[in-house]
Write a new protein. Structure first.
Length: 193
């Protein structure tokens, strides 16, 4: 716990409240298993914003996430970045993929796509997402940039501050990210019959 500032119990409670509020604001903007959170969508496993806030604090206390004072002087800002990363990871997880239910209809035949076409589209999208994350997963800076972008942090300087690198590394990672996504998209299109 040497890299964590000394906080009283009351201060930790305030940090938890602020992190939970931050997580809630991000959580309600996301789509969970195909249903917007604002319409009742729930994260996989029933994870709530308070759970994410608590997990972020525990990760820092147990050393799974390390605070770099020089890169992120404000401890709360650092923790919000951890929450953003956890939300991003959860929203991209395999468990959060939309579940499509094809219900029989009384409408005219031929108006709806065939169920096998709908299933194939879902499989293609899942395969494409896997290709993108597999390509990016081997570039830790690009992966962090992607997580921050998905969490709504778009300014390269803000991303650099949160992960403790020079902003030029973020610009370079964004270039690599665009190249990898383009390559994954081309590879995904090449797989189609």
């Amino acid at each position: 716990m040497g890299n964590i500032p000394y906080l009283t119990e009351d201060q930790w409670e305030e940090v938890l409240e602020r992190l939970t509020w931050h997580a809630q604001q991000k959580y309600i903007r996301l789509v969970w298993q195909g249903v917007p959170a604002a319409a009742g969508g729930r994260a996989p496993g029933g994870i709530e914003p308070a759970d994410l806030a608590a997990q972020a604090i525990v990760d820092v206390i147990e050393g799974r996430r390390r605070w770099n004072r020089e890169a992120a002087p404000d401890f709360l800002d650092f923790l919000t970045g951890v929450v953003d990363s956890k939300l991003s990871h959860l929203s991209r997880s395999r468990e959060n993929r939309p579940v499509r239910v094809v219900a029989p209809t009384d409408e005219l035949p031929g108006r709806e796509p065939a169920p096998e076409h709908t299933a194939a589209e879902g499989e293609n999208l899942a395969r494409l997402q896997d290709l993108v994350f597999a390509a990016v997963g081997q570039d830790p800076i690009a992966l962090l940039v992607m997580e921050h972008l998905e969490a709504g942090v778009t300014r390269p300087a803000a991303i650099a501050d949160r992960i403790g690198v020079d902003v030029r590394e973020i610009y370079n990672a964004q270039k690599r990210l665009r190249q990898k996504i383009g390559s994954a998209l081309r590879a995904g299109q090449g797989d189609e019959p």
